[in-house]
Design a protein around this ligand. Structure first.
Ligand code: UDP
Ligand code: MG
Length: 338
């Protein structure tokens, strides 16, 4: 199998407004970096607009473009996993479809990778333009909370925009989990990883596909995937509560022997309400982990591919069922060319 020097992997959900500009700018950046020896892997994550037909059109006109159509919307992290499974390059650039991360930085990122002899160059956001104050605040809070609770140090203000070496990618692909927080998993892999500061631009077209609910889910995947601190919270809380109840006991005994028992409806209610809240929180946290254990135990494939347009050089492992994707997939490049 021929390994191109560079693969550029792009997950796309409802990005018909961005694809043409993306293709043009990514192609130019790749040519500037490696000449002709590259491939662009676009993954359609069950878009509801014209993203897939447009991808097929682009693939039929550009032999360096591979378009992958997932069977439905699997979510950003799984769509990206599919692209990473199917790419074949010696170096791999992960980039969003909306051009918020400028592909032109590729040359500099490669330079840094060579100079530092690094396996991963991850792009750290210095500025974020055209995003709401709410999104910026929640994102900033998220990265800082995550940094406090996780056992693996995960770089702050870093998305999935990064350049990876083949050995780092292969190591990453050997991690089988369903609840994927890719930037954390890449950090876990290790090797030499260096930051690269950049300013995040505005979306080229369309609107964000990460509403609050999806961000919360990613946040929970991040925390539960990289930390058991929330599970330990119950034992920490119990120590504090035991100390508090000892004090309360002394207070009650004192009132009893003085012949002046506390009337205490307010304090009783307070204790009931506070303790119920803590118990619910602890139960909820156990539920979060239990739910993920349940999902992992089913061992379902991470994603399913429906069609591929263009020449696939890599092969999908389809999660840990490790089947060769070529058996299952109809090559639609001929159809697209018609
Ligand atoms: N995306 C995807 N599947 C989804 C949601 C998003 O493949 O279910 C892609 C999307 O097309 C984009 C990237 O993930 O390339 C990041 O999404 P978006 O730009 O909406 O997120 P934001 O930059 O606002 O956090
Ligand atoms: Mg975006």
């Amino acid at each position: 199998m021929h390994r191109p020097e560079l693969s550029i992997v792009v997950p796309c959900y409802n990005e018909e407004g961005c694809l043409e500009a993306l293709h043009a700018r990514v192609s130019a950046a790749a040519k500037a970096a490696v000449g002709g020896d590259y491939e662009i892997v676009l993954v359609n994550d069950g878009s509801r607009d014209g993203t897939w037909p447009l991808m097929q059109r682009l693939a039929s006109a550009d032999p360096r473009l591979v378009a992958i159509n997932l069977s439905r919307n699997h979510g950003h992290q799984l769509a990206l996993t599919a692209g990473l499974d199917l790419c074949a390059g010696e170096q791999i650039l992960i980039i969003d479809a909306d051009l918020q991360d400028p592909p032109e930085l590729l040359v500099e990122m490669r330079g840094l990778m060579a100079a530092e002899r690094a396996d991963v160059v991850y792009a750290v956001r210095r500025k974020r333009e055209g995003e709401s104050v709410f999104k910026k605040l929640t994102a900033a809070a998220f990265y800082r909370v995550l940094d406090r609770v996780t056992d693996t140090p995960i770089p702050i203000d870093t998305g999935d925009f990064r350049l990876m070496s083949r050995r780092a990618l292969d190591a990453f692909l050997s991690l089988p989990e369903q609840a994927r927080f890719i930037r954390g998993m890449v950090a876990w892999v290790g090797f030499r990883q260096v930051p690269f500061a950049y300013d995040r631009a505005e979306r080229h077209a369309g609107a964000t596909n990460y509403p609050l609910a999806k961000m919360m889910r990613l946040a929970f995947d991040a925390v539960t995937g990289f930390s058991t601190a929330p599970l330990r919270f119950a034992s920490h809380a119990s120590v504090l509560l035991a100390a508090a109840s000892l004090l309360l006991l002394v207070y009650i005994a004192w009132g009893f022997f003085e012949g002046d028992p506390v009337p205490g409806w307010t304090s009783t209610m307070l204790v009931v309400v506070v303790l119920s809240a803590i118990q619910m929180f602890v139960l909820g946290m156990i539920g979060e982990y239990l739910g993920r254990l349940y999902v992992e135990s089913k061992r379902r494939p991470l994603y399913l591919v429906a069609d591929i347009a263009g020449p696939v050089r890599g092969h999908a492992t389809l999660g840990y069922n490790a089947e060769d994707v070529e058996h299952d997939i109809e090559d639609t490049s001929a159809k697209a060319a018609e």
